[in-house]
Design a protein around this ligand. Structure first.
Ligand code: GYE
Length: 363
């Protein structure tokens, strides 16, 4: 139950008790006090059915994925759906998120939702939320806290699995294209963010297992501008060629593609060309696959609004939502060279991108 709702019911009960004792003291004149009592209890019912207040601390607006995610949250937590959403854009800075959460606590919101920048550094502020009795729901990236009771539930993607799927695809693709020891650069996401940790680890594991040549891993901070800058620097360093450009999101891939083309190198699907891999499968990301710029795009679904709402509804109904919930995701590619990949004993089909596939998608 919402803390505020509980407070309102408590206030209503107190008013009723006061009315009752006044009546008892007044010894007989029941009409005024009883009508006063029923008014206040009617008021209490009205107030408790008011909008649910949600404070949402969003990472920023660094990518197309993030824009789709914000849109999903805003359209779900709308006034028409019975919510009052307090939205805060942290501009990719954790300290802004901490300030936003403190602000939500001060405003005594019903629920705090956090899409954390990085995994660490949340213990203190989440303890403050817990002490204030406000449930915290974590969405998208994870938090790494000493005490799991500091948050109520988490929903998001299995980033490590995403990375492993991509690496399994690259292995099969390299074999099919006759690329022996692939030379790879990794344009990482924001360091310390779950999406970066999982995707980097997925690749790293395959590099170690297959003896691939990982030339460099540097953060592009999940942005197009930084992705381009990092790629420009890498192109200057690795003159002997790069086989795979592993970008940890679509926007970094867009930046990298600009840098590669500006430097006069060829992007494509064959040996001797640069094979760009990405994550997110945003609309623009899939357009880029169709165009043949991105070869592999591993899905990361941003439509978390309804998922967070389902958690809130369960809490409102006094139920216990799953502590952690992973979203199911697919793999999209330019061609059918690799039809499926296997990760940890599970098979994942690869969908070849067509205009129809793009048109049929929700983001
Ligand atoms: O992949 C990237 C965004 O945390 C899953 O953050 C998210 C990542 C997403 O900036 O585009």
């Amino acid at each position: 139950m919402r803390k505020k709702l509980f407070k309102k019911i408590l206030a209503g009960a107190l008013t009723a008790v006061m009315a009752f004792s006044l009546t008892a003291c007044g010894g007989g004149s029941t009409s005024t006090s009883s009508s006063g009592g029923s008014d206040s209890s009617a008021g209490g019912t009205e107030a408790s059915s008011g909008p649910i207040t949600v404070g949402f601390s969003q990472v920023g607006a660094e990518s197309d994925w993030r824009t789709a995610n914000t849109e999903s949250m805003k359209s779900t937590f709308s006034e028409a759906n019975g919510y009052k959403l307090i939205f805060d854009d942290a501009q990719q800075k954790q300290e802004n998120q901490v300030a936003a959460i403190r602000n939500f606590i001060q405003q005594d919101v019903d629920y705090i939702v956090v899409a954390p920048t990085t995994e660490s550094g949340w213990d203190t502020v989440l303890q403050e939320a817990k002490d204030a009795g406000i449930p915290v729901i974590i969405v998208d990236r994870m938090v790494d806290v000493k005490d799991d009771s500091l948050y109520t539930a988490w929903v998001g993607s299995n980033f490590e699995l995403e990375g492993k799927k991509a690496a399994a695809y690259m292995k099969a693709y390299a074999e099919a294209k006759g690329i022996d020891t692939p030379k790879i650069v990794d344009i990482q996401g924001t360091i310390g963010a779950s999406a970066q940790i999982g995707r980097t680890n997925g690749l790293k594991e395959a590099v170690d297992a297959n003896g691939w040549n990982l030339l460099e891993a540097t953060s592009g901070e999940f942005t197009e501008a930084k992705g381009q800058e990092v790629m420009e620097a890498m192109l200057k360093k690795y003159k002997d060629g790069i086989d795979f450009v592993y970008c940890e999101n679509d926007n970094e891939a867009f930046g990298a593609i600009k840098a590669i083309e500006a430097a006069g190198y060829k992007i494509g699907q064959d040996k001797g060309q640069m094979i760009v891999c990405s994550f997110d499968t945003t609309h623009a990301g899939l357009d880029s696959v169709l165009e043949g710029k991105i070869t592999l795009n591993t899905e990361c679904n941003p439509l978390h609004g309804p998922r967070v709402e389902s958690i809130i509804k369960q809490l409102e109904a006094g139920q216990t939502p799953d502590k952690t919930a992973y979203v199911e995701e697919e793999i999209f590619a330019k061609d059918d060279t690799v039809k499926e990949v296997e990760v940890d004993g599970q098979t994942y089909p690869v969908t070849v991108v067509t205009q129809e596939v793009i048109d049929g998608r929700k983001y």
